[in-house]
Design a protein around this ligand. Structure first.
Ligand SMILES: Cc1cc2nc3c(=O)[nH]c(=O)nc-3n(C[C@H](O)[C@H](O)[C@H](O)COP(=O)(O)O)c2cc1C
Length: 215
């Protein structure tokens, strides 16, 4: 069984989401025999943002050879490198049975590094398809666990709930590609005065992690 571990916080060792993903992966390794872990740090080794040339290269691959705008040999080499990185990210995701994602809230949404990774794995014919009945997700066999950390409080009973474009976006995306088994481990209110809320939320999240099961 394969587990893909993704981190996207820029806060290094201070990061709560990184602490949570590490705890989740350690817990699952102890409770699941034969778990192979692949690690991708999207800050240390970012995937490329999509550009017109990279997008054309992807379309060309999907349409099996459609002509593209001519590029210099240097530009061509750069596009082939970026194309290979996006494909590697997609292949890692497709091969994983379990995906553990560290997703802090940045400006009410997710880090751009994580969004760039989602652009890599959002591929028609691979993670979703268009049918006569509408789009259909192809990733129903995956378990996704998201470690969510945020400075304020945005849960459903908060007056700020409508500003949550982080967990709500991730739910929408993973539901779109067919994932039914989606769990959030959340630590919120980490920047609130006094630090008590942070400690309380962290303890609750670490206790939740101990209850996580693979099947
Ligand atoms: C660039 C940046 C933007 C942030 N934007 C928000 C925000 O919009 N709302 C919020 O509640 N907290 C915000 N925060 C606080 C983080 O969500 C909080 O510190 C969280 O713990 C970050 O996750 P991490 O500890 O894994 O880095 C922001 C932090 C950074 C660095």
């Amino acid at each position: 069984m394969q587990l893909l571990h993704i981190d996207s916080s820029i806060s290094g060792e201070q990061s709560i989401s990184r602490q949570l993903t590490a705890s989740i992966v350690t817990h699952l390794q102890h409770s699941t025999s034969g778990l192979e872990v692949i690690y991708r740090d999207l800050v240390a080794t970012p995937v490329p943002h999509h550009t017109p040339a990279l997008w054309q290269r992807k379309i060309q691959a999907l349409s099996k050879g459609e002509a593209r705008q001519a590029l210099s040999s240097g530009e061509e080499a750069a596009i082939e490198r970026d194309f290979a990185i996006t494909n590697a990210a997609l292949d890692e995701f497709l091969a994983a049975n379990i995906v553990v994602i560290g997703a802090p809230m940045y400006n009410f949404a997710i880090p751009s590094q994580l969004k760039a990774w989602i652009d890599c794995i959002s591929v028609a014919g691979k993670t979703f398809s268009y049918t006569e009945q509408g789009p259909e997700g192809l990733c129903g066999d995956k378990k996704i666990i998201i470690a969510s950390s945020r400075g304020g409080i945005y849960n459903a009973s908060s007056p700020l709930a409508a500003l949550d474009h982080q967990e709500s976006y991730l739910s929408s995306f993973f539901n779109f590609i067919g994932v039914n088994d989606l769990t959030f481990v959340r630590v919120e209110g980490v920047n609130m005065m006094g630090g008590e809320q942070r400690q309380q939320a962290l303890s609750t999240a670490l206790a939740q992690i101990e209850t996580l099961k693979v099947a």
